[in-house]
Design a protein around this ligand. Structure first.
Ligand code: XMP
Length: 325
């Protein structure tokens, strides 16, 4: 596409002019499409003077930190530092059950960890400081943070915009701030980012912490993570991934009686969610074939210790939100 190629050239030149010949830039990446596209664009513009940071918060999906590292470094040549801060996040989350508190704790801990790591990344052979912060803000994020105080702001605290900047005296670079999601995906494809990453379902910043209802512990995260992995794997195998806007498993903090062989069990419940939507403001639940649900349910109960029952969420948005917390 001509206009996107043109956008890339213009943006790379703009970044080079703005950053100058020797300043350094940092930015957080999550493995999602926005931060990856922004990071790749920055790498094309200034190479290793861009430092990407991936914070493993202990509530990522199965093998996610490892996979993101592989894709971004080997695949895309991005200068990436991965920080495993799982213990720090999970310690702070101990005893917390309120969804908004979980979000605040994860947001604040993320800022602390990011600042600490950023301070350690010193530009090579100089005593200069990092001057710029890259953010993968899109046009809808800009609009929402300026004028929209609707459901997603008041019901749940999103923390993709601002925050970091206030605490560090960094100048902000937002190369995607005039683009919509479909344009960012197109840009990603042109920049050589894999189709799989470009079309990934969104994954919330607080991750599995808001999909483990009630207290978040390592054990609970492991159960939710294992169930989610099986579910998404089966969705991909059935060729349904791109027909669904978002899908995930939640672990409910209730126990239910089951029977395995001739043993009575008393374990927790997994709820599966899958939605179709164009804007995430309203959504319909996805209508799977019964055989698909049968297969996923039996795999989860058989393969994941601690689960006795699987349910499927048949609530649209509104009245339910996409996430359970
Ligand atoms: P809800 O649950 O509000 O979800 O209907 C709409 C979309 O927003 C995502 N979501 C979040 N994303 N931080 C995020 O980065 C959050 O705290 C958060 N809460 C919800 C959700 O996954 C869905 O795509």
């Amino acid at each position: 596409n001509w206009s996107m190629k043109n956008f890339i050239d213009t943006e790379i030149n703009r970044i080079r002019t703005l950053v100058g010949p020797d300043a350094e830039v940092i930015g957080a990446v999550s493995g999602g499409v926005d931060s990856t596209v922004a990071a790749k664009l920055m790498t094309e513009a200034i190479g290793d003077r861009f430092h990407a940071i991936l914070v493993d918060n202990g509530v990522l999906r199965k093998d996610e930190a490892k996979n993101v590292k592989e894709t971004l470094t080997k695949g895309l040549g991005i200068n990436l530092t991965v920080v495993d801060a799982s213990d720090e996040f999970l310690d702070k989350l101990k005893g917390v059950t309120d969804p908004e508190k979980k979000r605040k704790i994860i947001g604040n801990t993320f800022i602390h960890v990011f600042e600490r790591v950023a301070a350690q990344i010193k530009p090579k052979n100089t005593d200069k400081e990092i001057e710029f912060l890259l953010q993968g803000t899109l046009y809808p994020d800009v609009i929402e943070s300026i004028s929209f105080k609707g459901p997603s702001q008041t019901i749940k605290t999103h923390h993709n915009v601002g925050g970091l900047l206030d605490n560090m005296k960094l100048k902000l670079i937002e190369p995607l701030r005039e683009l919509f999601k479909d344009e960012v995906r197109e840009l990603g494809e042109i920049l050589g980012i894999s189709h799989e990453l470009v079309w990934r379902h969104p994954f919330p910043g607080p991750g599995i912490a808001i999909r483990v209802l009630g207290e978040v512990t390592r054990e609970q995260v492991a159960i939710a993570r294992a169930a989610d992995h099986i579910y998404i794997e089966e969705i991909r195998k059935a060729g349904l991934y791109n027909k669904i806007a978002q899908a995930f498993a939640c672990l409910l903090p209730v126990k239910s009686v089951g029977v395995m062989g001739d043993q009575r069990t008393y374990e927790q419940v997994i709820a599966l969610r899958a939605i179709e939507t164009s804007d995430f403001m309203t959504a319909d639940w996805f209508c799977f074939e019964p055989a698909f649900l049968k297969k996923v349910s039996s795999r989860i109960v058989n393969e994941v210790d601690g689960v006795a029952r699987v349910t499927y969420d048949i609530t649209s948005k509104p009245p339910a939100t996409v996430e359970w917390e």
